[in-house]
Design a protein around this ligand. Sequence first.
Ligand SMILES: [Zn+2]
Length: 274
Amino acid sequence: MANAPAEFPAWPGGAEVAVALTFDVDGESAWLGEGQENERRLTLLSQGRFGPTRGLGRVLDLLAEFDISATFYVPGHTADQHPDTVTAILARGHEVGHHGYLHRGTDALDAAGQRAELEAGLTALGRHGVRPAGYRSPGWELTPENLALLTELDFSYDSSLMADDRPYWQVGGNRPLLELPGHWSLCDWPYFGWTPYYGGLLADPAAVERIWLDEFESARQDRRAVTYTMHPEAVGRGYLILMLRRVITGMLSRGRPWFATHAQIAALAAKPAG
Ligand SMILES: [Zn+2]
């Protein structure tokens, strides 16, 4: 599938780099989406629940302190189980994007299943008056069928693919779709997530802080946009909120970032020729 870098005018306010802080509010959905057997695993589910019930508040307070607008990708199940979560995100002026309903991996579903998951997510967010313009696939896997559904269902952009570290146009479908790429190295989960029986890394936050600030410096030199992906159940732990604070202050001391939502960045992208 072809793609072409998206063209942008200068970032607003003389900023050198557009920084999208994004948060996937998975809650219990990521575990429930793996199978019904997880319904009786209270510890597993409670680890997820920490995100909406505890970690999210810390994230929202930190963003408010620095007057940063962010994008929250919320599974429909989280919106249904924790409606106050969506209310709080919207009340602080942030963007809400689509992140499936029960966080089912698109590659594990047939085309009908993928459509049902997308439509259920739209319905759940719609109950909050949200019609999301953006989508991030659960678990970061995207199928050709799902990609086609995104254009059919009128999404403006996606944040699931990784073919460039600049925003780019996915062309070749029924219409171009803007891709706002992330990467595993710019996500908290591979460093700080823990999956029972599989484990995790539980990395040193100082190392991740360095990686994320080096990526910021690279993006600043390129004058490009960069997306960081976090989960309130991970980054919302006390010691990691301290890390996120240092990352934000580190960016502010190293350059002139424009902290923007994905919608704000997408709105500036020039449409591809042809
Ligand atoms: Zn997720």
